[in-house]
Design a protein around this ligand. Structure first.
Ligand SMILES: Cc1ncc(COP(=O)(O)O)c(C=O)c1O
Length: 301
C-alpha cells in the first residue's frame, strides 16, 4: 500500500534551502497505524498459514504494538494475549487508555514483573507461557522479527528514489532495518533512537548488510517515554504550523532531531529529506495523563 508524501513548509526549511517531506504512514489504517501495519502484515499471514488461533506478544503499558496487535486480532479473527511489563498494573489497567482499548478489542493480559519480562526471549519462560495459553504464534516485543522487517521493506516505493535522506524513529531497529534494505545505496538513512544507549547499532547490524546509515543518538530526551516541556511545546507548535500530529515517544523526537540538524547546517542546501511518520498517535491520551500528574504542558489533541 502506498501512502502520500506530504511536504512540510516551515520558514527554517526555506531559509536553509532544504526540502522535507513526511511519508504519512500514520494514515495507513485508523487503528493499525504506521510501522505497526507494516510489521504485522507478514506475521498475520504466517500465523494464518500455520493455522494458529492465538497470537501472543509483549509490551509496556502504553505500547503502540500492543494496541495494534489487539486490533489486528479482532479484525483477522485471532485470540490475542498481551504479556505486559509491570505487575503493579494488574489491578489498575482500566485507567490506562492503551490497555483499555486493547482489552475492548479482545486482548487478554498477563501482567509480569520487570524481572520476568526480561525473560521474554528465554525458552523456559516461553514454554511456561505456552503451557498457560496453549499453542500460540509468538510475536516478539515491538513485533520485531524477520517478517516485520520484510513488511518494513515496503515503506519505500519507487516514487521515493529522488530523496537523498530517509529518516525514521528507532525503537527495536526493525523498521529502520527494512528501510535500509530497500533503499538505494546513493540514499542515506538516518535513525533517531527513542531510547538511550548505543546497543541498537549492533542490533541493526545483525539485520542489514548495507552501510548507508547511521543513528543520531542525541534526541532521546532522557530515555524511552521520557519527555520535557521543550518536546511537548515542539510537538504542539509543529501541529499548529503544519497540521501534522506527532506522538511524544517516537515521531516527536524524530522530527525534533531532523529540524535541529537542519538548524545546525548538517544538511547541505538542496538536500531532499523524506521523514517516515511511523504513527503512534494512540499514545497521546495516555501521555497526557502522565503530563498532568507532572504538571507539564499537555499535548494538543
Ligand atoms: C510509532 C513508532 N515509531 C517508531 C517505532 C520504532 O520502530 P522499531 O521498533 O521497529 O525500531 C515504534 C516502535 O515500534 C513506534 O511505535
Amino acid at each position: 500500500m502506498v501512502v502520500r508524501n506530504q511536504q512540510v513548509h516551515l520558514p527554517l526549511l526555506t531559509e536553509k534551502g532544504v526540502s522535507l517531506y513526511l511519508k504519512r504512514e500514520d494514515l495507513l489504517h485508523p487503528h493499525i497505524s504506521g510501522n505497526k501495519y507494516r510489521k504485522l502484515k507478514y506475521n498475520l499471514i504466517e500465523a494464518q498459514k500455520g493455522a494458529f488461533s492465538t497470537i501472543l506478544t509483549f509490551g509496556g503499558a502504553f505500547s503502540n504494538h500492543i494496541a495494534a496487535t489487539a486490533y489486528a486480532g479482532k479484525e483477522y479473527g485471532f485470540r490475542t494475549v498481551g504479556i505486559i511489563r509491570g505487575e503493579e498494573l494488574a489491578g489498575k489497567w482500566e485507567h490506562n487508555p492503551t490497555l483499555l482499548m486493547a482489552n475492548a478489542n479482545g486482548m487478554q493480559f498477563k501482567f509480569v514483573s520487570r524481572a520476568n519480562y526480561r525473560q521474554r526471549e528465554n525458552i523456559g519462560f516461553l514454554k511456561e507461557l505456552e503451557n498457560e495459553f496453549g499453542n500460540c504464534y509468538l510475536l516478539p516485543e515491538g513485533g520485531a522479527n524477520a517478517q516485520a522487517i520484510k513488511g518494513c521493506r515496503e515503506i519505500l516505493t519507487p516514487g521515493d528514489d529522488g530523496f537523498d535522506i530517509i529518516s525514521c524513529a528507532v525503537g527495536t531497529g526493525g523498521t529502520i532495518a527494512g528501510i535500509i534494505d530497500s533503499s538505494h545505496t546513493s540514499q542515506y538513512i538516518l535513525g533517531f533512537p527513542a531510547l538511550k544507549g548505543d546497543f541498537l547499532k549492533e542490533d541493526i547490524c545483525k539485520f542489514v548488510l548495507k552501510t548507508n546509515w547511521e543513528l543520531q543518538t542525541d534526541y532521546h530526551f532522557g530515555g524511552y517515554a521520557k519527555v520535557d516541556s521543550k518536546l511537548i511545546n515542539f510537538i504542539n507548535d509543529f501541529k499548529q504550523l503544519t497540521g501534522i500530529p506527532l506522538d511524544p515517544i517516537y515521531t516527536g523526537k524524530h522530527l525534533y532531531g531532523i529540524l535541529d540538524l537542519v538548524e545546525k547546517d548538517y544538511f547541505s542546501p538542496n538536500t531532499r529529506i523524506l521523514a517516515i511518520h511511523t504513527g503512534g498517535l494512540q499514545g497521546i491520551v495516555g501521555m497526557n495523563i502522565i503530563l498532568k500528574m507532572k504538571n507539564l504542558p499537555l499535548l494538543d489533541l
